[in-house]
Design a protein around this ligand. Sequence first.
Ligand code: GTP
Ligand code: MG
Length: 334
Amino acid sequence: MPKETEKIKKAVIGKEEEKEVKIADLPGIGPASVKKLEDAGIYDLMGLAVMSPSQLAELAGISESIARKAIQAARKMMKLGFSDGLEFAEKRKEVRYIITGSKNLDDLLGGRGVETKAITEAFGSYGSGKTQLGLQLAVNAQLPLDKGGANGKAVWIDTEGTFRPERIKQIAESLGANSEKVLKNIFVARAFNSDHQILLIDKIGEMIKDGEPIKLVIIDSLTAHFRAEYAGRGTLADRQQKLNKYIHQLTRLAEQYNLAVYVTNQVMANPAVMFGDPTVAVGGNIVGHASTYRLYLRRGKKGSRVAKLIDSPNLPDNETIFFITKSGIRDEED
Ligand code: GTP
Ligand code: MG
């Protein structure tokens, strides 16, 4: 039996071998198509399995009938019952939620906080609370399910040196938790540049396969390195392409391991806006469309913070207020 066929058979039979199957192993997908798909940010079976035949045909430069066969093969290998609504509902049941510490903010996000299998993006200017919300979530992710947590560990990818152990301790202690234990359950990695930041995603996959129950990945900040490294106007398209790929990888990480991804993003002035709020998120629409939930944070009256939900596919564009207190993110002031 040829090696490739053997691999696929193993994958269909034994779950253990699933990770060995690559897009290139699918019928009708040659090296040129693989290259085109990678350029579009599709690296694995999941990415391909969720596409429509016409989408895949266009991206990979193949006919629709070949594309259909490849998608069917990918779905079979992943044992995904896409036609089965009940199975889909079962999969949704796996979704867990992590409370933010503020009921207002939880409600804005649909009632239960930040969710797994999704990306939540917070963008806003300096001091708006993006990092503070991340620190709170890193603690709350560890809470048991019935206390609004995901009963898991957190990964903090730090691009700006903003991770604060002392602050984690403070937040943990206010919940009556053992702060040493809480800190031990947060894996912190400093990303030195965008390539390093991207590589760390694979590392997270490895840690999970090694048995770490990671339920939350925080990236603070998602865009800072990309922004700094692709400063000139001529390189904007390159930056967007790289950022696009990265976000697709994050989406797949969230889906595959049923974890929540929380990313922070800076804002910049949009010269095209003459009236109203002239700030827009770095990375623009690419980040926007991939994020399941986008929060725009800003300073409000009397030390409050205002959070606005933007472009959510299934929730209204509401806004609410919360406070950053000594104990963490809350509905009320200290
Ligand atoms: P940049 O990373 O600079 O873009 O900002 P950010 O949006 O990440 O801001 P961050 O989350 O770091 O919020 C900083 C603000 O949180 C400070 O200006 C304080 O108002 C507030 N803050 C931080 N720590 C504490 C604390 O221990 N107690 C209280 N009451 N407020 C705090
Ligand atoms: Mg910050």
